[in-house]
Write a protein that binds this ligand. Structure first.
Ligand code: SF4
Length: 209
């Protein structure tokens, strides 16, 4: 990467853009809401069941000016979801400042593994065992979404729920490939522990991105 491009990426003025698309938010609190998704490349958290492994290597995704990303996004929706990869790999300040300056609602989907940058209207924290979230992300999360792959994830979910604020909404979401096995466990768990809610990847049932 050229030095000047690298410097702009380091400042968050450019981001490795993997894809962007207008769709329906399928998961969590805002499920069913039309939103424009900005998927930023780069993640070293390493979830073995990750369904966007193509996002991991930032170098294969073109560094793109945040001004261009915002100019495009604002044509589609008032609600913008920044996802990855792990968006907090990068300085989210310039992107979110521009999105906010256009009056847009700005959401993030993050593992919380890196320091919180940017200004957010909604923080969806989906913590991962391999790289736990920073204290600031726990404190500011609006929803906690724990992916359930096996029974140990219920223990992990409770551990994580103890670290977020009282107003944070708690979700258990089946890992897609294990959904047949895990959904009945989640249903029983939520009925026994009603502070939790079920989240499903409804976009996959709707066959949309
Ligand atoms: S944090 Fe997200 S993008 Fe990164 S490996 Fe895990 S599921 Fe994939």
């Amino acid at each position: 990467m050229k030095k000047d491009v690298q410097e702009m990426v380091d400042r968050g003025e450019m981001l490795p853009l993997m894809e962007e698309f207008y769709t329906i938010q399928g998961e969590g609190f805002h499920k069913g809401t039309a939103a424009y998704f900005i998927r930023v490349g780069g993640c070293d958290v390493g979830c073995h069941w990750c369904d966007v492994k193509e996002s991991w290597n930032a170098e294969i995704h073109p560094p793109t000016l945040t001004s261009e990303i915002v100019e495009n996004a604002r044509k589609y929706s008032d609600t913008i979801v920044v996802t990855g990869g792990e968006p907090l790999t990068w300085d989210m300040g310039p992107l979110t400042n521009r999105l906010k300056a256009n009056g847009l609602n700005v959401h993030i989907e993050t593992s919380g593994a890196y320091p919180l940058t940017g200004t957010w209207d909604w923080i969806c924290l989906s913590p991962k065992k391999m790289k736990l979230p920073t204290d600031e992300v726990y404190a500011k999360a609006n929803e906690l979404k724990v992916i359930v792959y096996n029974k140990d994830d219920f223990r992990f979910a409770e551990e994580q729920a103890a670290k977020v604020g009282d107003a944070c909404i708690l979700y258990l979401q089946p890992e897609w490939s294990k959904r047949d096995k895990v959904v009945p466990l989640i249903v029983d768990y939520v009925m026994a522990n009603p502070k939790w809610k079920v989240s499903l990847q409804t976009h996959k049932y709707l066959n949309i991105p």
